[in-house]
Design a protein around this ligand. Structure first.
Ligand code: ZN
Length: 73
């Protein structure tokens, strides 16, 4: 059940018909619409992950299996 994220800011990659994420500079073909394919420090990814996390906390009562994802601090 993958959710696709294609609304991230993009910029030209310097090549024809080639674009990359404006934040983490990864090519759109590498990202392939998946949030997890952005760099971990990508501002867009972090923003979306926070929103996703909040949605999970407020919208679901079932256990959230984030296995392995610990708070960094
Ligand atoms: Zn990115």
């Amino acid at each position: 059940m993958a959710q696709y994220y294609i609304d991230y800011p993009q910029e030209e990659d310097g090549k024809m018909h080639s674009y990359r994420c404006k934040h983490c500079k990864l090519n759109t073909l590498v990202i392939n619409g998946l949030l997890e394919n952005h760099e971990p420090h990508c501002a867009y990814r972090m923003e979306q992950e926070v929103a996703l996390h909040q949605a999970m906390l407020s919208g679901q009562n079932n256990k959230i299996g984030l296995g392995g994802v610990d708070e960094a601090d």
